[in-house]
Design a binder for this molecule. Structure first.
Ligand code: PLP
Length: 483
């Protein structure tokens, strides 16, 4: 954890906050304290989680939460926003500097909101603006009812090409149950069945044939690099806007591990992210874009959002300032080194990884072919053993998106705690011990179950003890003592 203030300062801050909360609803104070205890105990391998710094956490718990500030910096629909202006401008400035972006919008409350802002900014730019120009008006309120009806129908008839969920894409990239799949006429690109990698020539052919308005790149569960220069080339060739959702790997971009063709910011017209995954900030979202989309993005409110969360924007500014420090680059490199060490440890012990390894912060274990388990069974067996992961679909998953055949594991959180290559090898050993000892369970009618698993208590207890010993050597929030 960077720039740790003296131990007593952090302890005093968090203890005082809990004392105040305890005076109103002690059960909430207890749950907050217990959450810290649980997180300290856990071997957390959830690829989308991290541990924000005390400064980031504390920036969120204050009176900024009470303030309405619809609008943008210096142009609000409410009076009295000068302090919100300060933190929003700081968050945007840090983001622009960190990522080399022309414009940054720090208001989205989450990754899904950031993606909605981006989709509607693209639709406003590519569909609404030409319709307004053709009608000779400046605002949708000035359109005739007939022109408005035509525009609304045009919004609903646009095409998007995004990565499929089972290849590692996110549900906001056009999955039908999500609003993105309902808003757009969507097609998915997958990965090459032989290699598990994105096949850019197949994608190019698909884009030429489908002619999407938007191509979405980015992923939640793809363990390799994406070449954004090629993605932009394909988008330009078919007249699409390239949107990159870097929610998962923003920390690797910020930490200059992903550069050149693998840094989305110079290549995409619009980039979205969460701030709480590898970037290690507060829960929230953000949009970066080039100047061509700046005005549309800044209309996130009222287009998609209501009032921003000024307390979270304050925390974003703190976390982004932290990510601009040189030690964040060291952190980002260690995240990737650790993911590689974990991959090697797993494969050496016989586990099958989707794509045969990793280039980023995550690995995807194919537990169906390695161990004859569903992802759900593997996830539960690992949890019994003190190893926290999540199940995930793999390409062409025979077990579907609920049971799945994969386990996704990521290193951002444990790297923040300071674990390194030797610990990753030990973790690989623990995971393989559990998965090798786990069997499929039976349903109440005696059939093979996709949900139930059988793991002997001796193994799960032994692994849980080793996992707990391992993390105990790397104290979490060492400056915070709530006892
Ligand atoms: N985009 C990607 C690629 C993600 O992985 C996620 C979350 O897992 C999101 C967007 C959504 O983020 P949030 O949960 O903050 O809405």
């Amino acid at each position: 954890m960077s720039a740790t203030p003296p131990r007593s300062t952090e302890s005093t801050a968090f203890r005082s906050a809990l004392d105040v909360i305890r005076g109103v609803e002690p059960r909430v104070a207890d749950a907050i304290g217990q959450e810290l205890a649980d997180q300290r105990e856990m071997l957390k391998l959830i690829a989308s989680e991290n541990y924000a710094s005390p400064a980031t956490l504390l920036a969120m718990g204050n009176w900024f939460s009470d303030k309405y500030a619809e609008g943008t910096v210096g142009r609000r629909f409410y009076a009295g926003c000068r302090n919100v202006d300060t933190v929003e401008a700081l968050a945007a400035e840090h983001a622009r500097e960190l990522f080399g972006a022309q414009h940054a919008y720090a208001q989205p409350h989450s990754g899904i909101d950031a993606n909605l802002v981006a989709f509607w900014a693209i639709l406003a730019d590519r569909v609404e603006a030409p319709a307004l120009a053709a009608a000779g008006v400046r605002n949708v309120n000035d359109l005739s009812d007939a022109d408005w009806a035509e525009l609304r129908s045009a919004f609903g008839n646009q095409r998007m090409l995004g990565m499929s969920l089972d290849a590692g894409g996110h549900l906001t990239h056009g999955f039908r149950p999500n609003i993105s799949g309902k808003m757009f006429d969507q097609r998915s690109y997958g990965t090459d069945p032989a290699t598990g990698l994105i096949d850019y020539e197949a994608l190019r052919a698909q884009a030429r044939e489908f002619k999407p308005l938007v191509i979405v790149a980015g992923y939640s569960a793809y363990p390799r690099l994406v070449n954004f220069r090629i993605m932009r080339e394909i988008a330009d060739e078919v007249g699409a806007t390239l949107m990159v959702d870097m929610a998962h790997f923003a920390g690797l971009v910020a930490g200059k591990v992903l550069t050149g063709d693998f840094d989305p910011v110079p290549h995409a017209q619009i980039v979205t992210t969460t701030t709480h995954k590898s970037l290690r900030g507060p829960r929230g979202g953000m949009v970066l874009c080039d100047d061509s989309l700046k005005d549309q993005v800044d209309r996130g409110c009222p287009m998609v959002l209501g009032g921003p969360l000024p307390h979270v924007m304050a925390a974003k500014a703190v976390a982004l300032a932290e990510a601009r420090r040189p030690d964040f680059q060291d952190y980002a490199q260690r995240v990737v080194d650790n993911a590689r060490a974990l991959a090697e440890g797993l494969m050496r012990r016989g586990a099958t990884l989707v794509t045969g390894g990793t280039d980023n912060h995550l690995n995807l274990i194919d537990v169906a072919s390695s161990y004859g388990l569903t992802g759900r069974q593997a996830e539960a067996a690992l949890l019994d053993s003190g190893v926290v992961t999540n199940r995930n679909a793999i390409p062409a998953d025979p077990n579907g998106a609920w049971y799945t055949s994969g386990i996704r594991i990521g290193t951002p959180a444990l790297t923040t705690r300071g674990l390194g290559g030797a610990e990753m090898d030990e973790i690989a050993a623990l995971i393989v011990t559990v998965l090798s000892a786990t069997e499929q369970g039976k349903t109440s009618k005696g059939a093979v179950s996709k949900a139930q698993h059988v793991l002997d208590e001796k193994t799960s207890d032994e692994v849980a003890r080793r996992a707990s010993d391992l993390v105990a050597g790397f104290p979490l929030y060492p400056g915070v003592d709530l006892s």
